[in-house]
Design a binder for this molecule. Structure first.
Ligand code: SF4
Ligand code: SF4
Length: 472
């Protein structure tokens, strides 16, 4: 048998005009069951264009209203998505002013030896680092915008004098934040930080000492619950504070109670982050996806109930961010659920000796040390191989994410986990179904018109949303 031959007819192939859904250059729509009685979600995975469609009107997906709406908006969606994924430049630094910590939390991403015996960054070095960063951001960021410095773990307040001197001297150059285990947050520290408008993040995993102290304890095994709750009382009334809870198998069943506790204590906003499984000790606390989703979504339900009862919101920042990824992608505040993630692209992490890493999650992984702030050019470090490994990790190259309709709402976090736990950047991290369930939940609350209850007051300040409900 002889196959078809080139018969010599010249001319370019005629491109498809994109008239038909799911063929040629037409829109590609994937239909997602969001477990809602009336609506299904329809998504173009490449641009993250989406629509909620009444179940009985799904035929509109193939012809009619939806392709028309898509044709009108596709360019805007594609430009916005491309800008978010590839057009952002660094505007923040996670600054570790010490390697040491007075706590020994089970899931910490900083190696134990470093936390026990590590070094503080001397005050002169800390000031020199801030000066270098100031000059760098002055050139790289638009005039009038302020870069952020977040003093981060180990425990920054162990090097308190240096940190406070830095904040005092550079208060006009950076927006400062601090993430602390709260054990050293005394009245004087609260007074200094609040009067300098520093954002303060505490860590607490459960509403009772019995559960919270299982994972967050000092080197002698004493938990921090009491100290954290007294710091919460000191911060009551200050707008710029929040709490991070890490979801593990040890506190999973207490998330709803934690929401009640946070609401009662008037916590302005919180994060309930699923455990990162980058280092092996933390993997002993890894919850299953199904269980994690069940309890996390119940906790979100509770924030809604409390809002209805009291009129006061408790936004859970990491979920709010997924919601924003769907309704107003440019309003996202966190950068774990976009691909490439924000590590090495929107921010980077600085170790106490000046070594630079794409994200704090990589501190302790020598392979990702990319240069030193005091000896290397920051822009060159951003082009280095360790940074490129992270900034070049795209959902399109990860199985099964490349086929997943919600890949631009999930982002397939986290590269550090993928590399350390699953052996390759182009693998998924520790969780997948947990994110699937969150995105389905987000679509359900959009369908039910409950979005505002889950977001911050000013989430839409200056933002255009991309709401699109067909057949509603
Ligand atoms: S996904 Fe991981 S590496 Fe990326 S920003 Fe989040 S924690 Fe950092
Ligand atoms: S991790 Fe799972 S939910 Fe997230 S993009 Fe990949 S396949 Fe989709």
């Amino acid at each position: 048998m002889v196959g078809p031959k080139n018969n010599g007819i010249a001319g370019a192939a005629a491109p498809s005009r994109g008239r038909f859904t799911n063929t040629g250059n037409g829109p590609t729509f994937q239909i997602i069951d969001i477990d809602h009685p009336e609506y299904m979600a329809v998504i173009d995975p490449d641009t993250a264009f989406w629509s909620l469609v009444r179940r009985e009107k799904l035929a509109n997906v193939l012809s009619g209203d939806l392709p028309k709406a898509y044709a009108k908006k596709t360019k805007q969606f594609a430009v916005e998505m491309n800008g978010l994924r590839f057009g952002l430049t660094p505007s923040a630094v996670y600054f570790n002013p010490t390697e040491r910590c007075n706590m020994n939390c089970t899931y910490c991403y900083i190696p134990e030896k470093m936390r026990r015996e590590g070094e503080h960054m001397p005050v002169e070095k800390l000031l020199a680092a801030l000066e270098i960063l100031k000059q760098y951001f002055r050139k790289s960021m638009p005039k009038g915008s302020m870069p952020q410095i977040i003093f981060h773990g180990a425990e920054p307040l162990l090097n308190r004098d240096a940190v406070f001197t830095g904040i005092e001297e550079y208060k006009n150059d950076f927006l400062f934040g601090i993430q602390t285990n709260a054990t050293l947050l005394d009245d004087a520290a609260v007074e200094f930080l609040t009067s300098h408008h520093v954002s303060i993040g505490l860590s607490l995993d459960a509403p009772t000492a019995k559960i919270a102290d299982r994972t967050r304890k000092n080197w002698d095994g004493q938990g921090a619950f009491k100290q954290v709750t007294s710091a919460m009382r000191r911060l009551n009334g200050y707008e710029g504070w929040s709490i991070i809870c890490t979801i593990t198998s040890a506190n999973l069943r207490h998330l709803t109670g934690l929401v009640d506790f946070f609401h009662e204590q008037e916590v302005p906003t919180c994060l309930m982050n699923i455990l990162r499984c980058t280092l092996s000790p933390s993997r002993s606390l890894k919850p299953g996806d199904t269980e994690a989703a069940k309890y996390f979504l119940s906790a979100l339900d509770r924030t809604y109930e409390l809002y209805q009862q009291t009129g006061r919101r408790l936004p859970v920042g990491n979920f709010a961010n997924i919601l924003l990824a769907i309704i107003a992608p440019a309003a996202r505040r966190l950068m774990c659920d976009i691909s490439p993630c924000g590590g090495g692209r929107c921010f980077f992490a600085l170790a106490p000796n000046g070594d630079m890493f794409p994200c704090s999650e990589f501190i302790g992984l020598d392979r990702f040390r990319a240069g030193n702030l005091f000896t290397d050019d920051i822009s060159a470090v951003h082009e280095s191989e360790p940074f490129r490994l992270v900034t070049g990790r795209k959902v399109e190259n990860i199985e099964p994410c490349r086929r997943c309709a919600i890949r631009h709402f999930c982002g397939s976090p986290c590269p550090a986990e993928a590399y350390e736990m699953n052996g390759d950047m182009n693998k998924t991290g520790a969780f997948c179904e947990f994110y699937e369930e969150q995105v389905r939940y987000a679509f359900r609350i959009i369908a039910d018109g409950k979005v505002d209850a889950y977001l911050w007051d000013d989430w839409d300040k200056g933002m255009k949303n991309t709401f699109n409900i067909v057949g509603g």
